[in-house]
Ligand binder design. Structure first.
Ligand code: FPP
Length: 269
């Protein structure tokens, strides 16, 4: 009995650590990508409909957006709707689209006030016209904002993104616009939807699933992956800071060995 109480006390102590103060603001990841997962399971666990989970997921979107802007992360990319998500029941797809529409309309003021640019990657043309228009309006209105870029991946699939890039380069080669030697890692990157942003340094996925699910496959070659058991609607600002804190304690070797990294650090000092 005594031991049990101790365990509970310890768990509580770990939960209340304020990670923001522990973050080194000089070594922030420039770009964080997130797979927001577990809305449906979170709702089901409380006997509610899946849509209730998505509605509460919007709160978490706000939390991480504000959290990233607050500490100075420059790019945040959220996987909001994959190309595969179109296969969900029609009612869920339309509820998600409506929620997206309402959220964009509501959040434009906050984006402007906080100097955040909205960007979309994916097949925006697959979305209902109302969503497309709303997104285009907000993207246009926020295009000169400089504090942070919030990118929503909508009707997004990474393999298709890469296939499109290959098709564009093949057409350019056929038209004599590029040579075979010009097909490099850089030119491939330049043909992706993410051509104007750095690769993510940290990718977070919620709900205990350990997969990348066709998200930014090319861009995540060297990304640090962080998985948490929390369902997306439960994910709070402190969880974001905890993930960043964890990221800052990893050694990113990019194929090198520890000693070489230390040598590089001394040379850069
Ligand atoms: C994954 O949970 C979540 C989604 C497919 C949609 C994410 C959408 C939102 C958070 C709301 C709207 C977003 C914005 C950007 C305004 P899931 O349904 O796959 O959950 P499950 O794995 O438990 O079924």
């Amino acid at each position: 009995m005594y031991h049990f109480k101790l365990t509970i006390t310890n768990l509580k102590t770990t939960e209340i650590i304020a990670y923001k103060e522990k973050i080194d603001s000089t070594r922030l990841p420039q770009h964080i990508a997130i797979i927001m997962d577990g809305n449906g399971r979170w709702a089901k666990a409380q006997g509610k409909h899946r849509i209730f989970g998505h509605k509460n997921g919007v709160k978490a979107v706000r939390e991480v957006t504000e959290g990233c802007a607050e500490i100075g992360v420059k790019y945040l990319t959220l996987y909001a709707f994959s190309t595969e998500n179109w296969n969900r029941p029609k009612t869920e797809v339309s509820a998600l689209m409506q929620l997206l529409f309402l959220t964009i309309g509501k959040e434009i003021k906050t984006l402007q006030k906080n100097n955040i640019r909205l960007n979309v990657i994916g097949h925006i043309n697959d979305l209902p016209e109302s969503n497309r228009k709303a997104l285009q309006e907000v993207m246009e209105a926020t295009k000169n904002n400089t504090r942070m870029t919030l990118t929503l991946a909508l009707s997004y699939g990474s393999r298709e993104e890469i296939a499109e890039a290959v098709r564009k380069m093949a057409a350019d080669y056929k038209d004599g616009k590029i040579s075979m030697q010009e097909i490099t890692q850089e030119t491939i990157g330049a043909h992706l939807y993410t051509h104007d942003m750095p690769d993510p340094e940290l990718m977070i996925r919620t709900s205990g699933e350990h997969r990348i699910s066709n998200f930014l496959l090319w861009q995540m070659a060297y990304t640090e992956l962080y998985f948490t058991e929390k369902f997306w609607p439960e994910f709070e600002r402190n969880d974001l800071f905890k993930a960043i804190y964890d990221f800052q304690h990893r050694e990113r070797r990019f194929g090198m060995i520890s000693e070489q990294l230390k040598e590089q650090e001394t040379t850069n000092d």
